[in-house]
Design a protein around this ligand. Structure first.
Ligand code: SF4
Length: 362
């Protein structure tokens, strides 16, 4: 029997994992010199583990270049993972051969960041939405057209537009076309890779609301990749915070936004505008010093140790594992682990000095 968890709306969602990612690594080799010798790797994703429950939206956030889009692409085998396993709907996607992968593709789809670039300008709207049906079914044209109309209705595109071309649509409408195409084969899992980043602010909420409506209607499961923390707060059930190819914290949306535990998550979320004016007045903005290290040469210990306001000697030597520090809250930080002598026998953070680089936001 499935467990149930409460949502903010008071209804219960099932918690059976549809997507299981284990120790996923995605390294890009560096070749140098005349002989193009392999001299190292860019560790874009360096051993991440998480589940996404059926019907859930997992937000994946972090600064640009932290590896979040690479995770989405590796999950769908648009990149070949270097190591690790990705199980979607009981199928180990990472180990499938080309033909088995083609057959599994309908189950997992992607909505891309730039709808302009992801749509073929020479194809009509009906051809674009119907392309996956042509590739994966032997339906006749009448059946295909009926499905195309159904999808256009679902995403709010007028059927009269079926023979128009991408340049005739606005950015928001083009993203609706991309979403309709992703839905064509009735997938269970969709990676939404910065789906609103290229849209006007006035359109962003409409597209996010549409994604939510479609999730409810079709029972979809989302990985929602975004650097827009306010939008992730709106749509996600749980949120994973990434830093330099690793997950720093994975918590329920409400827990994370109310009380981030990892120092990086704390800094990242301190920049999110607080809608409650009473809370907003007391909110402190944490300004991080220094630059993000290169993923080709990450620190030996914690990836965040070069910028962390709470860094300890152990942080420079030992990489912290992602561990459950409170029920349902996973954090990769020595402040919360037994290996830190300051916290032996405790589950909360050690007594630490307040960060020195905090400033109050007026
Ligand atoms: Fe900071 Fe150390 Fe925790 Fe890393 S492990 S986030 S450096 S306190």
């Amino acid at each position: 029997m499935l467990d149930a968890r409460p949502t903010t709306s008071g209804t219960a969602k099932p918690t059976k994992a549809l997507v299981q990612v284990r120790d996923l690594k995605m390294y890009f080799p560096i070749h140098t010199g005349l002989l193009r010798r392999h001299t190292g790797d860019v560790k874009a994703v360096d051993g991440i583990t998480f589940d996404i429950n059926e019907g859930e939206t997992l937000g994946l956030v972090g600064e640009s270049g932290c590896g979040k889009s690479t995770v989405g692409r590796a999950l769908l085998r648009l990149y070949e993972p270097t190591a690790g396993s990705v199980v979607i709907g009981g199928v180990d996607v990472a180990s499938l051969d080309a033909e088995a992968l083609r057959k599994t593709r309908p189950q997992m789809q992607m909505v891309f960041q730039d709808p302009q670039a992801s749509l073929n300008p020479r194809m009509s709207l009906a051809d674009i939405i119907g392309e996956p049906l042509t590739e994966h079914t032997d339906w006749d044209s009448a059946r295909k057209l009926a499905r195309i109309y159904e999808l256009m209705d679902a995403v709010g595109l007028n059927r009269r537009f079926a023979n128009r071309f991408p340049h005739e649509f606005s950015g928001g409408q083009r993203q609706r076309i991309g979403i309709a195409r992703a839905l064509a084969l009735k997938p269970r899992f969709i990676v939404c890779d910065e789906p609103i980043a290229a849209l006007d602010v006035s359109i962003q909420a409409q597209v996010v609301n549409l994604l939510e409506d479609l999730q409810e209607e079709f029972g979809l499961t989302y990985l929602f990749i975004s650097h827009d923390l306010s939008m992730v707060r709106h749509i996600a059930d749980r949120v994973a915070v990434m830093y330099l190819g690793r997950i720093a914290e994975l918590s329920s949306r409400d827990d994370l936004y109310a009380r981030p535990l990892h120092p990086y998550a704390e800094a990242l979320l301190s920049a999110v505008p607080e809608p409650d004016p009473n809370l907003s007045r007391s909110k402190e903005r944490i300004i991080l010093q220094g630059d993000v290290p290169s993923p080709a040469n990450p620190p030996k210990g914690c990836n965040f140790c070069t910028r962390c306001p709470r860094v300890m000697p152990i942080c420079r030597e030992v990489k912290p594992d992602l561990a459950e520090v409170e029920p349902g809250r996973m954090v990769a930080c020595h402040l919360y682990t037994e290996i830190n002598p300051n916290v032996a026998g405790r589950t909360g953070p050690a007594e630490v000095k307040e960060p020195t680089n905090k400033e109050t936001v007026k």
